[in-house]
Design a protein around this ligand. Structure first.
Ligand SMILES: C[S@@+](CC[C@H](N)C(=O)[O-])C[C@H]1O[C@@H](n2cnc3c(N)ncnc32)[C@H](O)[C@@H]1O
Length: 314
């Protein structure tokens, strides 16, 4: 495996919160470079079971050998965690003790130009994390109607300049197709008036995240994955999720609230219809953030927000 495939974020805090111990059954839903999985495997020991999933075949290939030699009871699957329910049915496991989701992309996916994800990538505009994604960023950026681009940038990117950006994209692709993430990010930056360009983050960040999220149906997978995880946890089992941007974190917060018995209907609420139920207790009143020291050592950790919950008895 090339080093570093991925520097893990908030690992000590997250794995402690999973409350693992000998003979437990744990799921690492986002295997990546396998650092979390190795630590989880150590904690469940040789009597335990670790189920490790990633939708990216490169992550599976990079980590499988290392993990399979470290733990006899490890099941590694190239799968979208949105299908967690089906995977557990196929393996024949009904309840688990812990589920870990360390969302987003790995450093490997960001840095390898083949994924076409990072701002600097001159490779083909792609952004698919795995072959299960139904469309590529090329399909979306060069074919979606302008109004749909505006809707995506507004909703998922929370981008104030969504109309101008969509217009510039449509104008540019009218001359010739937009070919790379670098080209796309340059068009986005040019569409934002200079005095409104963020100096804190790359000004195209929100748009790039929105495109990546749509390409990989990150919202759908996360909602399905969280619901399956909560349903499959044993009483006192733990769910820990680390999100890297606000829209993703809001989905985690809303699903956790809904399953902790809090109403998540949009106000005004005349009659609750959100399907709230009391299945979990939230352990993190506010999301945990990485320490300053971790951010200095690994700046990519800075946007991480960790939320944890414990399953209540049925
Ligand atoms: C931040 S990295 C995880 C890093 C990992 N914790 C480690 O220790 O190296 C996120 C990983 O989750 C995977 N991923 C993202 N969304 C996924 C999904 N819906 N299903 C399965 N894997 C997913 C990505 O392919 C990537 O490898």
């Amino acid at each position: 495996m090339g080093y570093p495939y991925h520097v893990p974020v908030m690992m000590a805090e997250a794995v402690d919160l999973l409350n693992l111990g000998p003979a437990k059954i744990a799921v690492d839903a986002t295997l990546g470079g396998g650092s979390y999985a190795r630590e989880m495997a150590n904690r469940v020991g040789s009597d335990g079971t670790l189920i490790a999933l990633d939708r990216d075949p490169a992550a599976i290939e990079a980590s499988r050998q290392l993990l399979e030699s470290a733990l006899p009871n490890i099941i590694v699957r190239q799968e979208n965690f949105g299908n967690l329910d089906t995977v557990l049915n196929e393996i024949g496991i009904s309840r688990v003790d812990a589920v870990m989701m360390d969302l987003g992309v790995s450093a490997h996916q960001l840095e390898d130009p083949g994924y076409g994800i990072s701002f600097a990538s001159e490779g083909r505009l792609d952004m698919r994390m795995g072959p299960d994604a139904l469309l590529s960023a090329d399909d979306l950026i060069n074919r979606w109607p302008e109004a749909e681009l505006v809707g995506l940038f507004k909703r998922y990117g929370e981008e104030r300049w969504c109309r101008r950006i969509a217009r510039r994209i449509v104008e540019s692709r009218g001359r010739r197709p937009i070919q790379s993430a670098k080209e796309l990010s340059e068009i986005v930056v040019a569409a934002i008036p200079p005095k409104f360009r963020s100096r804190r983050i790359h000004p195209a960040t929100r748009i790039m995240l929105a495109v990546r999220a749509a390409v990989n149906d990150e919202e759908g997978a996360l909602t399905d994955g969280l619901r399956a995880a909560i349903q499959r946890l044993r009483a006192s089992g733990r769910l820990v999720v680390i999100a890297y941007h606000s829209v993703e974190d809001r989905i985690v917060k809303t699903e956790m609230n809904r399953h902790s018995g809090r109403c998540v209907c949009e106000p005004p609420v005349i009659e609750c219809h959100c399907g709230k139920r009391r299945a979990i207790q939230i352990l993190t009143k506010k999301p945990l953030a990485p320490s300053q020291e971790e951010i200095i050592n690994n700046p990519r950790a800075r946007s991480a927000r960790l939320r944890a919950a414990e399953r209540l008895p049925d």
